[in-house]
Design a binder for this molecule. Structure first.
Ligand code: HEC
Length: 268
C-alpha cells in the first residue's frame, strides 16, 4: 500500500490556507478558482512530484507560480481531487458532480437506487478503460439524463490520479481520456479547458458562494426574503475581493437582526 500520502498530512491544512488567503486578503473572487499560488511543504511537494523550491518540512508555505506545475485554485487541490475519487481509482462522476454542486450551482439529484456501481479499483475493469465503463451512461436515456451533465465535467481532470498526483498515462500505459462535451455543447479538453469553461461561468460560482456564505453567516438556508441580498452579492464582480461579499452580509438587515447576533441582556 502506498503510505507516502500519510506523511503529507499538511495536504489537509493546504485548503484552509488557500481559503484563508482568498477570504482575508484583497484577492479577487475569481482567484479562488484560478489562483497562481498554492500552499506546500517539502513532503507534500515531493509527494506530488512538484519541482518547486520548497524548504519547510513542517508548516505549509505560499508558493507562487503554481500554474506552471499544474496547481493553483480550489479545484487543483489534492484534497478536492482525493475526496472526489474512489479509494483506488479516480471517479469522473464524483468530480463532475462536485463541480456541478460546489462551483456551478446546478446540483444533480442523487442516483437512483438501481443505478449499479463500478468496481472500487481500476484493476478490475476486465481490460476496459474507465471511459469505456462509463460509456453505458450514454446509451441508456435514463442514465444519460444526469450523466450527460455530470461526466463531461469530470473527465477533463483525469490527468490527476485518485490522490491528486499528475499522471501522463494510466497505470496500464494507456492514454489518458481527458475530454468531455457538455450539454451546452462546449468541448472541454484537459484541465486548462475546464478552467476556461468554469471562468466563463463565474456568475454561477458567485451564486454558490453567496448561498454558502449567507447560510454560514445566518445559520440557516436561504429564504425567498433573502433574494434581494443574494442578487446584490452575486452582482459583485469576479474581480471584486471577498471582503465586499462579507460587507454585504454584515451590513444586511437579516444579519443585524439575527437572533443569535443579539448580545445577552446582562452584558448590554
Ligand atoms: C438523478 C440523476 C442520476 C441518474 C438518473 C443516474 N445517476 Fe448515476 N450517479 C448520479 C450521481 C449524482 C452520482 C454520484 C454519486 C456519488 O457521489 O457517489 C452517480 C454515480 C454513479 C456511478 C458511480 C460512479 C463511480 O465512479 O463510482 C455509477 C456507476 C452510476 N452512477 C451509474 C448510473 C447508471 C448505469 C444509471 C442509469 C441506470 C444512472 N447512474 C443514473 C446521478 C444519477
Amino acid at each position: 500500500m502506498d503510505t507516502s500520502r500519510w506523511y503529507a498530512r499538511p495536504c489537509t491544512t493546504n485548503p484552509y490556507r488557500s481559503s484563508n488567503t482568498s477570504f482575508a486578503t484583497t484577492a479577487p473572487i475569481a482567484k479562488y478558482l484560478n489562483a497562481d499560488y498554492t500552499f506546500l511543504n517539502k513532503p507534500l511537494a515531493d509527494y506530488y512530484g512538484i519541482k518547486a523550491d520548497v524548504k519547510s518540512t513542517g508548516a505549509v508555505g505560499k508558493i507562487n507560480g503554481a500554474n506552471a506545475f499544474g496547481r493553483g485554485g480550489a479545484l487543483r487541490l489534492g484534497t478536492v481531487l482525493t475526496t472526489t475519487s474512489a479509494p483506488l481509482r479516480t471517479s469522473p462522476v464524483k468530480r463532475g458532480d462536485w463541480i456541478l454542486r460546489r462551483i456551478l450551482n446546478t446540483p444533480m439529484p442523487p442516483p437512483p437506487a438501481d443505478a449499479g456501481s463500478i468496481p472500487a479499483g481500476d484493476k478490475n475493469f476486465g481490460g476496459l478503460s474507465l471511459h469505456d465503463k462509463l460509456e453505458a451512461h450514454k446509451r441508456n436515456a435514463t442514465c444519460a439524463n444526469c450523466h450527460a451533465r455530470i461526466d463531461p465535467l469530470g473527465f477533463p481532470l483525469e490527468n490527476y490520479d485518485s490522490t491528486g498526483r499528475w499522471r501522463a498515462q494510466y497505470a496500464d500505459g494507456k492514454e489518458i481520456y481527458n475530454s468531455g462535451t457538455t450539454i451546452d455543447h462546449a468541448d472541454i479538453h484537459g484541465t486548462t479547458g475546464l478552467l476556461k469553461y468554469r471562468d466563463d461561468r463565474n456568475e454561477m460560482f458567485r451564486k454558490t458562494l453567496t448561498t454558502k456564505l449567507l447560510g454560514y453567516a445566518l445559520g440557516r438556508t436561504a429564504l425567498p426574503s433573502d433574494l434581494a441580498l443574494m442578487e446584490q452579492m452575486v452582482g459583485e464582480g469576479p474581480d471584486d475581493p471577498f471582503s465586499k461579499l462579507a460587507i454585504d452580509v454584515v451590513s444586511s438587515r437579516q444579519f443585524r437582526n439575527h437572533p443569535a447576533m443579539r448580545l445577552p441582556r446582562q452584558i448590554l
